[in-house]
Ligand binder design. Structure first.
Ligand SMILES: [Zn+2]
Length: 101
């Protein structure tokens, strides 16, 4: 799995899934320069899928992208369901704070 900053990269996936799929080959992140401009949320590495209760841990680059721009992603991956689901179905691990808020 790699990180890209070009939203037109053909390896990116889009939207949510309704049946299990592997993770995408690439995920979009904000550039290091953009992330260096400052975080408006804590950098959190793990979230809980409220539908199944499973914790999924993400890469540092994706965690920093969420922290810089909480609305950057519309969907995110659950390692147990093996689906990208709307961020509203997830809370940050150890909190009741909805991902993307
Ligand atoms: Zn799940």
């Amino acid at each position: 799995m790699s990180h890209v900053t070009d939203p037109r990269d053909p390896r990116l996936g889009h939207g949510s899934d309704t049946e299990p799929v592997p993770q995408n080959d690439a995920y979009l992140v904000l550039s290091e320069d953009e992330r260096a401009r400052g975080f408006i949320r804590p950098v959190r590495r793990s979230y809980v899928h409220t539908a199944c209760g499973t914790v999924t841990t993400m890469s540092q680059a994706i965690a920093e992208t969420y922290a810089r721009d909480p609305h950057f992603y519309g969907s995110t991956y659950c390692a147990s369901c093996r689906m990208h689901r709307p961020v509203a179905e997830f809370v940050w691990d150890g909190t009741d704070q909805v991902v993307g808020s």
